[in-house]
Design a protein. Structure first.
Length: 176
């Protein structure tokens, strides 16, 4: 059914574009098949040149890029546990989920497409650039409306300072 759908005339459909790029029978598929299995041999050859060092560098790039978001989400969730401020719960979980999705997407995408170490790093940089588009939007809004952004950030900082003071007070009273 997928093969029939991908070869029919639905080229204006987003579903068609998604299915056709994942159709293994098409010449312009996005998937990279690194295993070659000759007809006259029982063994298949893996033509991939991705090495363990390539994966280690890839993981380091991911950690360096996404580590701050992961740490920030964990900190917000820890403060939520102490203060029961549901804004921190929603914010912390949102950042944690988005960071997890970015990391898993990068890993799965590279497992499917990377045939060389350079492919691994190129794909990681592209995916992480796309992940940073929200920060670029923030920078644009900050340029267009700097006063509004400053007021919002000051309000957030004030709220976080108040929350931290509440946590410190609770910890001091618990230690007595």
């Amino acid at each position: 059914m997928v093969y029939t759908f991908c070869n029919s005339n639905h080229s204006d459909s987003a579903t068609y574009n998604l299915l056709s790029s994942s159709n293994a029978l098409r010449k312009d598929t996005d998937f990279v098949y690194t295993y070659r299995c000759p007809d006259n041999d029982l063994e298949c050859d893996d033509l991939s040149s991705v090495t363990t060092v390539g994966w280690i560098v890839f993981v380091l790039v991911l950690i360096l890029h996404l580590g701050r978001d992961f740490a920030m989400s964990c900190a917000q969730l820890m403060i939520f546990i102490k203060t029961w401020d549901y804004h921190l719960l929603v914010s912390g979980l949102s950042i944690l989920i988005l960071t997890g999705v970015a990391m898993s997407t990068s890993i799965i995408y590279n497992m499917a497409l990377a045939a060389k170490n350079t492919d691994l790093l190129t794909n990681a940089v592209i995916l992480l650039f796309i992940n940073d588009l929200d920060e670029k939007c923030f920078e644009m809004v900050q340029f267009v409306r700097p006063g509004w952004v400053k007021a919002v950030l000051e309000e957030i900082e004030s709220h976080m300072t108040m929350m931290k003071n509440n946590v410190d007070t609770m910890e001091e009273s618990e230690s007595l």
